[in-house]
Design a protein around this ligand. Structure first.
Ligand SMILES: [Fe+2]
Length: 302
């Protein structure tokens, strides 16, 4: 299972795409109708889809998996009674699978048979998304839900977040104990720490300063720099998060406490709590599809 992409709808999709391509450092992939697709240097056909819309919202966050894993998901999602529907992706790379609405409205899409593309050169391109994080009213409950129903694993719990993995990377998603439900941030995985730093420089050329960072997180141990994108959401340059073994013992909040005046390993940067919070309010989840049976394969129709 791999995190692949996020699909957003928003006013000013073309301007947002131009920012991501010209300043953030992504490569334009394609424009199809009113949807702008942007890619990184890795093998996914796109990482971000931006669809023109009157209001900003999250259409979906997309994971790719094997056909077997998809069948397991259809069964467990059906048994859990979560709203879901079969989907055939019209986005770049195609593929088919399901879209699921979690208890607090997060929309996760799981595809199989989605095509990949040849990687492209460019040390300053994001390679891929490293994680997409959501704000939750009850992050603890959502952590349990994705473990029980999606087969994800909670890697660590901190005072602020429940970190969740879907493969051996420490987290591909996390649920922030925010008290409200929305997109928290989208993190782009850069080639290395230098690429993160050069990204900060590129934004500094546009008079944009990090809302938080540079720093190094506790859980995942990634180097980070968060910015508030001109088109609304919080976006992050990140190095890859740590890999963890199958039997990784999930840490508890008391295992991840910081000394006075520290909220990361370095302590060199201020955090714009108010600005980040306001940006996190911008993108909510919006389901624009009807729940339908998932055609679970049984002994009879297998
Ligand atoms: Fe992050």
């Amino acid at each position: 299972m791999k995190l692949r992409s996020i699909e957003l709808a928003l006013p000013g999709a073309a301007e947002a795409a131009a920012f991501l391509a010209d300043i953030w450092g992504m490569a334009p992939a394609q424009v199809v109708g009113n949807i702008h697709y942007l890619r990184g240097s890795g093998s996914f056909p796109y990482l971000v889809a931006l669809e023109e819309s009157g209001e900003p919202y999250v259409r979906s966050t997309t994971f790719v998996c094997t056909a077997d894993r998809l069948e397991q998901l259809k069964l467990s999602v059906t048994e859990a009674g979560l709203p879901a529907a079969p989907v055939k992706s019209n986005d770049l790379g195609g593929g088919h699978g399901i879209i699921v609405e979690l208890a607090e409205g997060e929309l996760l899409r799981f595809l199989t048979d989605a095509a990949e593309v040849a990687p492209i050169e460019g040390a300053d391109l994001p390679v891929k998304l490293t994680h997409v994080v959501f704000n939750s009213a009850d992050a603890e409950a959502t952590g349990h839900l994705v473990e029980d129903v999606l087969g994800f694993r909670v890697s660590d719990r901190t005072k602020g977040m429940v970190f969740v993995r879907c493969n051996d990377s420490h987290h591909s998603t996390a649920f922030a104990r925010a008290g409200f439900v929305s997109l928290n941030h989208i993190a782009f995985e850069m080639e290395d720490m230098d690429a993160v730093m050069r990204g900060i420089g590129r934004l500094r050329d546009q008079d944009m300063a990090p809302a938080w960072g540079p720093g190094r997180h506790g859980p995942g141990a990634n180097v980070f720099a968060y910015f508030i994108a001109p088109f609304g959401p919080v976006i992050e340059f990140s190095t890859a998060v740590n890999k963890v073994p199958d039997d990784y013992q999930a840490g508890a909040p008391e295992d991840w406490s910081w000394p006075e005046n520290r909220i990361d390993q370095w302590g060199m940067s201020d955090k714009d709590f108010g600005g980040l919070r306001a940006a996190e309010e911008k993108f909510r989840h919006r389901r624009d599809w009807e729940a339908q049976p998932l055609n679970v394969l049984t002994e009879e129709n297998h």
